[in-house]
Design a binder for this molecule. Sequence first.
Ligand code: GSH
Length: 360
Amino acid sequence: MAFVKVSAIFFFLMALTLCEGWIDTEHACNRKNVHVKQVVQDSEPPGIAAADDRISGSDEIKAIRTSINLSLTRGTSHDLHDYQVATSNGSAVGPELITTLFLAIIFAGLLYSAPISFLVVVIKTVEQRRAMESSSSSSSSSNQLPAASKLLLYSYWQSSCSWRVRFALNLKGLACEYKPVNLPAGEQFSPEFKRLNPLHFVPVLVDGDMVVSDSFAILLYLEDKYPQRPLLPADPRLRALNLQAASIISSSIQPLHMLSMLKYLTEKSGPEESLSWAQSNIDKGFFALETLLKDFDSRYATGDDVYMADVFLAPQIAVGTTRFNINMSKFPTLSRLYESYKILPEFEASLPERQPDAVH
Ligand SMILES: N[C@@H](CCC(=O)N[C@@H](CS)C(=O)NCC(=O)O)C(=O)O
């Protein structure tokens, strides 16, 4: 858009310059007209002086002079008709000037806009190359700690939602101060924690004066603020798949087996009913994920890089198998993916038993 604006300004300025030139030419012609008028008057024939207003341009002046000279030589007097014939080109002066002006504007536009568009293309190419270089160099050095304000993570070692964030922070090479919130002991209901998250859920991330609760929001925030080692692929289809997988887990699986939900069901219907409720909902969600990802013959969920789907899947599969005894033989794709996650150092470092509040 800036380029179009600049070109338009150049066009306008060029047109203005040319108009000025045209006005100057008119003045010059008028001055020459006055001169011709004097020549004509001095040379006597009265009809010519009356018509000289229609004269403009040097060619016409020459024609008049020739005509006058011829008449004087022949000793005949001018009549208006001869004069009009001699200056008949004068009627084409307007259109010629407009055509010239028009062509000049087009030419000037091309003259100005061609180098500008070339410059714009060069600048854009250089910028794109720089962006690509910086993203590839940052992804290859993911273990370096980027300049970040001190991150605080309110977490519970067995919380799968906190686990996602721990995994993502490790992938991005971001260090954080671990702030344990003991869920079984009810620390999420303390007034201090309520100020951070009125829903009383972990995780909560504090980044300087920014407080973000909800693991999905935290991951998207981290992705925007710390773009190294991207959690979302550039391809819109793969991006959508990653978000879909993440959403299935965060909306349709985890909330149905969270601590407060199971506590409520246990109180109402007993522990067996509560476990069966959790298992049936995890099964349903895993079936949806298996269907979504089964066509990917890749190391991770949507390719050979770890993305958002993997960050959500790894802790969810771990919790499903260890805490709720989900039979993973029904989910070959998810089982294969989990094998790839288990050997990732960033995942290993995020394991519950590796956290400061873990109870062994
Ligand atoms: N949608 C939220 C859910 C958070 C959530 O359910 N956290 C659980 C731990 S995984 C929790 O704090 N539960 C406390 C409780 O149920 O009282 C997120 O993704 O962060």
